[in-house]
Design a protein around this ligand. Structure first.
Ligand code: T1G
Length: 697
């Protein structure tokens, strides 16, 4: 139940925000805080007020879930204004996370005491497509200065207590009990005759900041992860704090907030926030299913993926034993692990002592027996069934009872891998995305015989290594790669029809994708797809569509790693290559395709619809538990912009399912069976249903 707890300690009252797990400022908290401040000011025995949070957070901000439901009065701005108007001094005891509206509450307090060890402070509203809408854009610049405030608000980054002490956010930093420190500080203030100190009463003179500060801020924004509106509105809101009184500034803030809150980008970003967390819910695995203890890790294979996976575990503090078959491969892999950690130290991302500690947990070996004590073993060898099965036979022979045996396969049948062991219940897929130490997505592939606690263990491990675990069923390519195959196939068709690699990539990158498909294939390696297409039977149409790309691969143009693929490369800079376009032109003539110019809108639409149509099929087959899992996969593994929500969010909320069905049918008429409309979309469109409730999850 969202509320505040009030405790009188002599002449100081302590008001605790209480709404587990992060004290989101739901209606009950707002009304409770308002009532507590009123009561304290009406009580002559009370000389000061301390506001703090229950548990590990001060407050993580407004209750994001309430946005969709509609905000009830009193709103947070009103409650904070009343807090700040208290005649008696109000001291914030920041006991943990103070984010968004949580930090705005602390800014409404007159003084701030911050816990040195656990406090994290920030205004991350921009990350969910809005801006600090409870006075944060007006009070923070008045406290720490316009430039520092602009940086915090536009980046949405958190700062710790030391940084808060440095920039003036903290009046005191406490070691140990922050509430006791705040109560003592409040008494000091009262004794010294220091009372209320409202930030809103301060004025920021325009002469106090560089005249081009805001123009520069806008000019250097680039592609902000919040999309085209939020960061710009944040800058405009902070600008309204300069040279004007608080009331007019906060009115401007409210107007800008309202525009953002109504934008599709904010809705998509807030959907993405909850979608990522919903992915952890597995319908038939409740909290009663306990994950196994995992303390030691084994990784088989020290190639690109094995190195990335080892780094992901090492960086999360796990000891890792890496097993390779050949000494030179092992040394090369261990060297790359050491180099990557050393470069993190060099760039100031990691302290040397932490790097030394992580590396002390790294062991290399040529002997599978050295994995006999590992709790969780990830196989990351060559993507060929026979090679993987051989590894799993060896693991089955040496791994201890209860060890989880995970394959990093990106397409192969996990059940066939499990079948060669005597313990299929301990086997599943953990599909990491390259670079495995950076990409947040982890597809956790549930085999037919994977035990519930094996799956729960893998999901728990995913969280511990800061990955977003999403459950997938067994099929070729699981969820992400099966959808990307449909998308890449449509790209081949458009390359034949007249679009160049640069036009296709340009259109999709302008729409928001981190990287266009041709550049992505050059990064992943065109030969990887070439080999996979030889491992699996292809339809005649697919063979036809891939004829040129197969020739490109056979020419040795595998992408960045060979200096040329769809593009030629100057280092990592891609350069359009007419020779590639000429190859598609020649093939188009051979296939009697009349080439034409494709507009960016068509390129984006065809790519998006192929992705979502395949996604709907995966949902229907039960390979994906829910539509939001599919979107989470695309947002965390494929560079799909979160401010666009994801392929499934797009067809339901941006295009609409009826319009989607009509478009796909039209493409099917023009291009044939590869555009067959997914029955689930057809059904939802016909019945005005929603994909959001169509899956098992
Ligand atoms: N509202 C509602 N639920 C929230 C929440 C929030 N602000 N923050 C977290 N949760 C839930 C989350 O869904 C999960 O629920 C549980 O808490 C633990 O979260 C007026 C308008 C705080 C850093 O953007 O960044 O204030 O899955 O799994 O990894 O200007 O949550 O357990 O049911 O993420 O330790 C601004 C968003 C709001 C902060 C903790 N605040 N939250 O991370 O745990 S807008 C934010 C986070 C605002 C004002 C404006 C993270 C975290 P469940 P978790 P975590």
């Amino acid at each position: 139940m969202a509320k505040v707890d009030v405790e009188a300690l002599g002449d100081v009252v302590v008001v605790r925000l209480s709404n587990p797990p992060v004290n989101a400022l739901a209606h009950g908290v707002r009304t409770g805080l308002q009532a507590a401040v009123r009561a304290a000011n009406a009580n002559p025995a009370i000389k000061a007020i301390v506001v703090t949070g229950q548990g590990r957070a001060f407050s993580a901000g407004a209750d994001i879930a309430e946005f969709a439901a509609g905000l009830k009065q009193p709103g947070l701005p009103e409650v904070i204004d009343e807090l700040e108007a208290s005649a008696k001094p109000v001291v914030a005891a920041v006991n943990g996370l103070a984010l968004g509206g949580g930090l705005e509450v602390a800014l409404g307090c007159h003084y701030r005491v911050i816990d040195r060890s656990v406090a994290q402070l920030g205004l991350p509203e921009v990350k969910i497509g809005i801006l600090p809408g409870a006075g944060g854009t007006q009070r923070l610049p008045r406290l720490i200065g316009v430039e520092a405030a602009l940086d915090m608000i536009v980046s949405g980054n958190f700062i710790n207590a030391a940084a808060a002490e440095k920039n003036g956010l903290a009046d005191r930093v406490a070691e140990g009990n922050v509430v006791e420190a705040a109560v003592a500080y409040a008494r000091e203030l009262v004794a010294a005759g220091k009372g209320a100190r409202p930030l809103s009463a301060k004025r920021i003179e325009p002469s106090s900041i560089p005249s081009d500060l805001f123009d520069k801020g806008l000019a250097t924004l680039g592609k902000h992860p919040s999309g085209p509106m939020a960061a710009k509105h944040c800058i405009a809101a902070v600008e309204a704090a300069v040279g004007s009184d608080y009331r007019s500034g906060v009115a401007r803030e409210a107007a800008l907030f309202a525009e953002l809150a109504a934008s599709p980008y904010a809705k998509a970003l807030q959907y993405a926030f909850f979608a990522e967390r919903k992915a952890a819910d597995i319908p038939d695995i409740g909290k009663d299913v306990r994950p196994r203890a995992v303390e030691t890790i084994g990784v088989v294979g020290a190639g690109t993926m094995g190195v990335g996976i080892s780094l992901a575990f090492l960086q999360a503090g796990f000891p890792v034993t890496v097993v390779e078959m050949k000494p030179e491969a092992l040394e090369r892999g261990l060297g790359r692990i050491r180099e990557t950690i050393a470069s993190n130290v060099k760039r100031g991302r990691m302290a040397q002592d932490k790097a030394d500690k992580l590396l002390s947990g790294l062991t290399g070996s040529l002997d599978f027996n050295d994995l006999r004590n590992a709790d969780f073993i990830v196989e990351a060898v060559f993507e060929k069934m026979s090679v993987k099965q051989d590894v799993f036979r060896k693991l089955d022979a040496v791994a201890k009872k209860g060890a989880v045996l995970a394959s990093n396969t990106s397409t192969l049948d996990v059940d066939q891998i499990a079948a060669v062991t005597g313990r299929p219940e301990d086997v599943l897929g953990t599909h990491f995305f390259s670079p495995a130490n950076i990409m947040r997505l982890l597809e956790v592939v549930r085999g037919a015989k994977t035990a519930k606690d094996t799956l729960a263990t893998a999901m728990a491990v995913a969280k511990r290594i800061n990955k977003v675990g999403v459950v997938a069923g067994v099929c070729f390519g699981f969820i992400g790669n099966r959808m990307v195959e449909a998308y890449l196939e449509e790209v081949q068709a458009m390359l034949l029809e007249g679009a160049t690699p640069a036009e296709i990539d340009g259109a999709l990158e302008a729409w928001g994708l981190a990287m266009g498909p041709n550049a992505m294939m050059d990064l992943a390696g065109i030969d990887v797809g070439y080999l996979i297409r030889r491992e699996h039977p292809l339809s005649e149409e697919r063979r036809r569509l891939y004829r040129v790309t197969d020739k490109i691969s056979e020419l040795g143009r595998h992408g960045q790693k060979t200096g040329a693929g769809y593009y030629t490369y100057d280092g990592r800079t891609r350069i359009p290559d007419h020779a590639i376009v000429a190859m598609f032109e020649e093939e188009a003539r051979a296939q009697k395709i009349n080439r034409r110019t494709l507009a960016p809108e068509e390129i984006v639409e065809r790519c998006l619809l192929r992705l979502a149509n395949e996604g709907a099929q995966l949902l229907d087959e039960g390979i994906a538990l829910r539509a939001s899992d599919i979107d989470t996969i695309y947002l965390t593994g494929y560079g799909f912009p979160a401010w666009r929500g994801g392929p499934m969010w797009q067809i339901e909320n941006a295009i609409g399912l009826e319009e989607t069905a009509a478009k796909v049918r039209a493409y099917e008429t023009k291009y044939g069976p590869r555009w067959k409309l997914a029955p689930l979309i057809e059904k939802c469109a016909r019945e005005r249903g929603s994909l959001a409730t169509a899956g098992k999850g």
